[in-house]
Every structure is written in structure tokens, then in C-alpha cells.
Design a protein around this ligand. Structure first.
Ligand code: SF4
Length: 165
């Protein structure tokens, strides 16, 4: 069973995208290894910000941190999403737990040359803790959460799994 300390950015991302996706992932089903979307993400990481080194937090791995204690994340998508913000918040939470007082997360979208800055406020800290509780609740669910509506599944790497009758 997953513990609070095991929860990483991918768990938070799936929580926000689809609890069923999180539930499946927690049970070892990972079709996204073959997904072109993931491959694009890896390609963006390989080419966009090569001067900085990832920071390994165990379960979580952030792209890099600057000298002013801001976490930086490079996103392959063109549009910002609540999941992106939640991931950044989660990394700040993890850093604070380790005694590193992260100021917040800076999200970079090279595809659209956008940069968003999310300060790690008290409210953000509370939300990060609540997100961890939510991941644990999904993990403890005995059966998989319902599917999203078909239109919201577009592009999800679990589509074949969920929709092949
Ligand atoms: S295909 Fe749809 S229901 Fe299944 S995990 Fe993906 S988003 Fe969720």
C-alpha cells in the first residue's frame, strides 16, 4: 500500500486528470510507457533546459531549483492545467517536509513560450496536504472509480483499457 512519502508528481497529475487513472496506475498498469504524449514530454525535457539538473526527492523528481528556492518544471503541453499547478505545489510540499523552504513553482511551457509562477502560500500548503489525502483515498478504494465521460478521455493512455468492451 502506498504511503504519504511514496506519493510523487505522477500520482498528483493522475488525481487531477482522472481518479480512475490514478487507481489503475497504483495497481501497476502503466500503458503510458508506449504513449507518444509521454515520449514528447521526454523529448521536451531532453532539449529545452539542458543546463540544469533534476532534483531527486525520492518518489518525486523536480526538473530543477533556482538559487531563490523556486521549483522549475518544464511542461510539454501548450496549455496550463490544474494538474500542473498541483504537481508544483506537491513538490514544494515535499521540499518543505525536507526542511527546504521552497517559495513556489515556476511552470514553463516551451511550446507556447509561457511561464507561470505559483507561490507556495499557506492555502497552497493546505491544498497540497489535501491532495495527498485524496491520493490515499483513491488508493484505498476497493473498486476502480467510474470512467470519465468519453470526450474527457481523449488522449489518455488508458483509453484502450477503459473503453474496450
Ligand atoms: S480512459 Fe478515461 S476513464 Fe480511463 S483512465 Fe483515462 S481518463 Fe480515466
Amino acid at each position: 500500500m502506498i504511503t504519504r512519502e511514496d506519493i510523487g508528481g505522477v500520482h498528483i497529475k493522475y488525481l487531477y486528470h482522472c481518479p480512475r487513472q490514478l487507481w489503475l496506475y497504483l495497481r501497476g498498469i502503466r500503458p503510458e510507457a508506449l504513449s507518444s504524449t509521454v515520449q514528447l514530454g521526454e523529448a521536451v525535457h531532453d532539449t529545452s533546459y539542458t543546463r540544469d539538473s533534476p532534483v531527486d526527492l525520492g518518489a518525486a523528481r523536480i526538473d530543477f531549483m533556482d538559487g531563490k528556492r523556486w521549483v522549475h518544471e518544464v511542461k510539454s503541453s501548450a496549455r496550463p492545467s490544474p494538474a500542473d499547478e498541483a504537481q508544483g505545489r506537491h513538490y514544494c510540499h515535499r521540499l518543505h517536509a525536507l526542511g527546504v523552504e521552497a517559495e513556489g513553482a515556476v511552470l514553463h511551457y516551451p511550446a507556447t513560450r509561457r511561464t507561470l509562477r505559483h507561490p507556495y502560500t499557506d492555502a497552497a500548503a493546505q491544498q497540497a496536504a489535501a491532495d495527498i489525502d485524496s491520493v490515499l483515498a483513491v488508493a484505498a478504494a476497493p473498486i476502480s472509480p467510474d470512467r470519465l465521460s468519453r470526450t474527457r478521455c481523449r488522449g489518455c493512455s488508458f483509453t484502450d483499457y477503459c473503453w474496450t468492451e
